[in-house]
Design a protein around this ligand. Sequence first.
Ligand SMILES: Nc1nc2c(ncn2[C@@H]2O[C@H](COP(=O)(O)OP(=O)(O)OP(=O)(O)O)[C@@H](O)[C@H]2O)c(=O)[nH]1
Ligand SMILES: Nc1nc2c(ncn2[C@@H]2O[C@H](COP(=O)(O)OP(=O)(O)OP(=O)(O)O)[C@@H](O)[C@H]2O)c(=O)[nH]1
Ligand SMILES: [Mg+2]
Ligand SMILES: [Mg+2]
Lengths: 292, 274
Amino acid sequence: AISDKFNTIFSKVRGRARLSEENISEALREIRLALLEADVNFKVVKSFTASVRDKALGTEVTPRVTPGQQFIKIVHDELVGLLGIEGEGLSLSGPSPAVIMLVGLVGSGKTTTAGKLALHLSKKSRNTLMVAADTMRPAARNQLVSIGQRIGIEVFSNDREQSPNRICADALSYASKKGVDTVIIDTAGRLAVDEQLMGELAALKRAIAPREVLLVADSMSGQDAVTVAAKFHEALGLTGVILTKLDGDTRGGAALSIKAVSGAPIKFAGVGEKLEDLMPFEPGRMATRILG
Amino acid sequence: AHGLDGGLRDEIEELLITADIGVVLTARILDDLSAWAAKNNVNPAEGTLRIKESLLSILEESEGAISAVDAPPAVVLVLGVNGTGKTTTIAKIAHDLTEHGKSVILAAGDTFRDAAVEQLTVWGDRLGVEVVSQKQGADPAAVAFDALVRAQTRGIDYLFVDTAGRLHTKYNLMEELKKIKRVLGDRMPAAPHETLLVLDAGIGQNNIAQAKKFHEEVGITGIVLTKLDGSAKGGAIFPLFADLRIPIKYIGVGEGADDLMPFDRHQFVEALFS
Ligand SMILES: Nc1nc2c(ncn2[C@@H]2O[C@H](COP(=O)(O)OP(=O)(O)OP(=O)(O)O)[C@@H](O)[C@H]2O)c(=O)[nH]1
Ligand SMILES: Nc1nc2c(ncn2[C@@H]2O[C@H](COP(=O)(O)OP(=O)(O)OP(=O)(O)O)[C@@H](O)[C@H]2O)c(=O)[nH]1
Ligand SMILES: [Mg+2]
Ligand SMILES: [Mg+2]
């Protein structure tokens, strides 16, 4: 673990009263290595290590703590601070229905997450409607309908309508009639660099005025996570992020990249394929996982 | 001038790391470049050429087509973690084969995920190929077996077995995959003739862990790298191939049936620099 590496590096620093440029430079190199191996973006690593260096320099070494432990605490705290606040839930207050729009790359876990969110909200006694607005992917509507049946939550779908905007408009008037208070829109996956599809998504957002625009992102994403997050944020204005597939063994550095470049709070973690497998995001646990 | 300019070194490092090539391989390439630059007159163009050559040499013998077989059907087992593009990739390869006059059957081996069978069935209808399936929750090994019997009975050239996405860290799911492979082999000793691991180019270093684990547990004979029509470069394939030497057979470049290309290491290296 990285704490072991630091104990070795800082063993040469024993008896020093402060962390200095020379004794932290090697540690900073280790941090940089660890973060890059964890898939944190190159530029994000650069600015992160610079912040850690600034915070660490001149720090007094607390008597009952080793310099290595002191340094790790600075790194960990800095990481937690950047990853965001714990338990930042959905902001759904306002006129009914509150619309939640799920967006993201192909295969990131949007449709599954729609079901997870719907289940989560139904447990909080919200009257939820899911909308099958992916008219592109083969059997996408079937997938969401099947999910809805599984958890007893209604899905609005129209096999004969090809326009996501029309489907959502119809879904919202249906929702108003039925007194639904929360609408979750599952959109088609797309590439962030597909200008046409990103434009269509922006137009959809303007049409439905969602309270939440959540980027559903694969936690195993690599360096490109910054481009993806930046483009989705630029096009839509993200209000939050859901990281999926955290039940795997990825270090998940994409979390830091996505947060750094979009500023959008990471609200939930997908931790499995079942619809129950959704947890509030915990920055402390994520920081430890990223550091490795 | 001799020696590697600091600015150029930083630029190259950023290019390689942000392509997901990883710290270790990047460091090795930079050290090699520095050593070479110390003895030669270097300009950025020559430096870039040198790096391309290093990358190309790492990928020697990384290309390859799907295995041909003595007696049909050629059985292709397709696996990988969730959402990488397995089902769509099967449709693309099947499409390519049928365009070349081959007969194909698809086995709907994902009996777990909502509408997985429906998704493959839509593709089967579009391509005019038969899809063998059972009801949701059926034993995937039973579906694979049925499909193989069907393919043998009909004298079909290729059988593709689709499987549910699964994280390589899940013991029961990896055991399930081994069982599917075993059942195929019990019915036809050479089957599966090809075991394809589908990897997503947008994933980072975890692609290496996935390949290692799947290879260790099931034995992988080929890789398909998908979503290369995006901005991700899929560079984790370099350290992955250097270690495991599993050939990359195809790349996925879109969501349509035609969006498949054979892996070409020259094109792949060039794309890193575009
Ligand atoms: N292990 C695991 N699998 C997940 C998680 N979330 C989603 N999945 C799986 O990831 C795969 C893709 O999920 P989908 O919900 O179809 O993804 P999507 O973003 O809707 O895909 P597109 O609509 O094609 O863009 C499926 O196999 C899901 O079961 C998660 O948190 N953990
Ligand atoms: N842009 C692009 N999208 C792709 C590519 N390959 C697959 N996709 C898309 O990625 C998403 C997931 O594809 P699937 O074929 O369902 O992936 P899978 O691995 O079978 O997913 P699971 O069975 O849920 O694990 C779909 O939206 C596909 O259209 C590709 O090469 N490029
Ligand atoms: Mg979907
Ligand atoms: Mg599939």
